[in-house]
Write a protein that binds this ligand. Structure first.
Ligand code: BTN
Length: 281
């Protein structure tokens, strides 16, 4: 693609390219939305079929984890996938989503993304994609999970002071125009394969773990008034981080702000809060 000519996005063209079993069987496209998360939750309440995907060309009130703002100017990817998984599958959704995004990016661009625990996608140390999962867990009945994925395709980070140093985009890293359709096809196809009931969950966990760039790093984890420092040693199959503390003991971290430390320099903290990603209704 020519980087100067923005792609004309078409939901029909996308639909025709997909050969998925569940994810993307229904695609709803809006030129502009406040947030695909709200549109997806509304669609789920109205009984939309599993695997439906809400996509927007531009998002004006996009949100990230911990209610942070997420910027989606035109020319980038913002979508939410609606799933009705069993409760045992819930911890794996983060792993599936992050792995699917990596596979989609790799297939289309040849770039090598990594995952910063639990699910930020980085290229050359900068964030190119964020994932937000919001669950509705009724006391009885089926679970609704909305998986929001924002990918910086054509974003110019220097235009936004708050992310200039920490974010990048696919076009910036690849040095060429990137088709949003191709990226979405790649990630939805990969997600569909990972979500398939026949897919071994241990393989999903292993694929995700193998892509984590956090492991082996010195990290600081903060949660409310608590601060933990140590080495990010591993992750368990629930997705939690296993931290080796200075006294040699280990502790399991399921929530907190994680700061990667390299050469004793702290990066911008990134947050993971399961409470934020799991709502009882
Ligand atoms: C994060 O890293 O904090 C998560 C960012 C998630 C952004 C996506 S864009 C599509 C969906 N709609 C939203 O409002 N947020 C998610």
């Amino acid at each position: 693609m020519d980087a100067q000519e923005p792609e004309v996005f078409s939901a029909d063209a996308l639909r025709k390219r997909l050969s998925t079993r569940i994810i993307g069987r229904r695609i709803i496209y809006h030129d502009r939305l406040p947030s695909t998360m709200d549109a997806a939750r509304e669609a789920a309440r109205n009984g939309i079929s599993e695997g439906a995907v809400i996509i927007t060309g531009e998002q004006v009130r996009g949100r990230g984890r911990l209610n942070r703002e997420w910027l989606t100017p035109a020319g980038n990817i913002a979508l939410s996938i609606i799933l009705y998984p069993d409760r045992e599958t819930l911890p794996y959704l983060i792993m599936m989503a992050a792995t699917a995004v990596c596979r989609g990016i790799e297939a289309v661009t040849g770039l090598k993304p990594g995952i910063k625990w639990p699910n930020d996608i980085l290229i050359n140390g900068k964030k190119v994609c964020g994932i937000l999962i919001e669950n509705e867990l009724p006391y009885k009945g089926s679970v609704t999970a909305v998986i929001g994925i924002g990918i910086n395709t054509g974003l110019q980070p220097e235009a936004y002071r708050e992310i200039t140093e920490t974010a990048t985009s696919l076009e910036r890293e690849a040095g060429m125009g990137i088709s949003r359709t191709e990226i979405i096809v790649g990630l939805l196809e990969a997600f569909d394969e990972l979500y398939d009931p026949g897919q071994d969950r241990a393989t999903v966990y292993a694929d995700w773990k193998a892509r984590l760039v956090t492991l082996g790093e010195q990290v600081t984890v903060t949660w409310k008034d608590n601060v933990l420092e140590g080495t990010a040693e591993s992750v368990d199959e629930s997705g939690a981080l296993v931290l080796r503390l200075p006294d040699g003991s280990t502790t399991v971290v399921v929530a907190g702000d994680v700061t990667l430390r390299k050469n004793n320099e702290a990066e911008e903290p990134e947050s993971f809060d399961p409470a934020d990603e799991s709502e009882d209704t």
